[in-house]
Design a protein around this ligand. Structure first.
Ligand SMILES: [Zn+2]
Length: 272
């Protein structure tokens, strides 16, 4: 049974065994769900980060070498990923500033999902074009968000979508939950009090993007505090939650075995 918002605990305390973060740029994940990722990893979950671009347009100098910038930003993101505790990072090497939500990107994301087999995926909210409070949601953020959702559902779970992946040993995989960051419609708040410092340390790794680091960190901490106030904690991150499938066994939650999950999933008709 899909839980309603009223049934969700506050602070939100569901936790996956495995999760994936799908973002457009190096640093998005650290401005985004790094606190939750670090908290979940600390509690025993395994995380994987996917960056669709390598941030090769993340500067102001038209004479700069974009390949050198991309290499620097991948190095920064790998360092930040170590701070958060991810198992690994995938770079899809799509063009920064010109990311397109097309079948090629969807297939790359499906390959990532079917390889790591996450229970939950973090992505942007593709419905956000203008942020509440002002500002345009970057075109790459919108493209990555829509591509991530379309990869999660239905492509990754349908064995007849990209069937060559199945034949290459990557069978269909059902992601049960999406956590959408930077949403205008957040409905869950996750306590990241114990992980707030690690989020800041992860952000510190992105030195090519930080012209006034302490000012940036101050704004990030203020945001964490504001969100924490919604659930009575010192710091929190907010998400719009999309539950696609119930957990395998209601009482066992994230600790159930993969065998049980596959059995139950196979009994459910595909949702169209
Ligand atoms: Zn970005």
């Amino acid at each position: 049974m899909k839980p309603t918002i009223d049934e969700m605990p506050s602070p939100h305390d569901w936790r996956p065994r495995r999760f994936m973060v799908i973002v457009a740029h190096p640093d998005d994940a650290d401005f985004g769900p790094a606190g939750t990722a670090a908290a979940w990893i600390e509690a025993g979950a395994e995380g994987w980060l996917v960056c669709c671009t390598s941030g090769d347009a993340g500067g102001e100098d038209p004479e700069a070498n974009p390949f050198e910038l991309a290499q620097a930003r991948e190095d920064e993101q790998r360092l930040a990923a170590q701070v958060v505790g991810y198992r690994g990072v995938s770079f899809l090497h799509q063009p920064d500033g010109n990311l397109v939500d097309d079948l090629s990107l969807r297939e790359m994301l499906v390959r990532e999902i079917r390889t790591f087999k996450p229970d939950a995926v973090f992505a942007g909210d593709p419905e956000v074009v203008i942020h509440d409070g002002g500002g345009i949601n970057h075109t790459d953020h919108r493209a990555a968000a829509m591509a991530a959702l379309d990869a999660v559902y239905p492509a990754a779970r349908n064995p007849m979508v990209f069937p060559w992946l199945t034949r290459q040993g990557l069978p269909a995989h059902r992601v049960r939950r999406l956590y959408l960051m930077w949403s205008n419609k957040p409905d869950v708040w996750i306590d990241v009090t114990a992980a707030a410092d690690r989020k800041i340390e992860a952000l510190r790794a992105h030195s090519s993007q930080l012209h006034d680091p302490e000012a940036v960190f101050g704004r990030v901490r203020a945001r964490l505090v504001d969100q924490g106030a919604r659930i009575g904690t010192a710091a929190a991150e907010a998400y719009r939650l999309v539950v696609l499938d119930p957990d395998p066994v209601e009482s066992a939650g994230a600790e159930e075995s993969a065998d049980v999950e596959e059995t139950i999933s196979a009994e459910e008709p595909p949702k169209r």
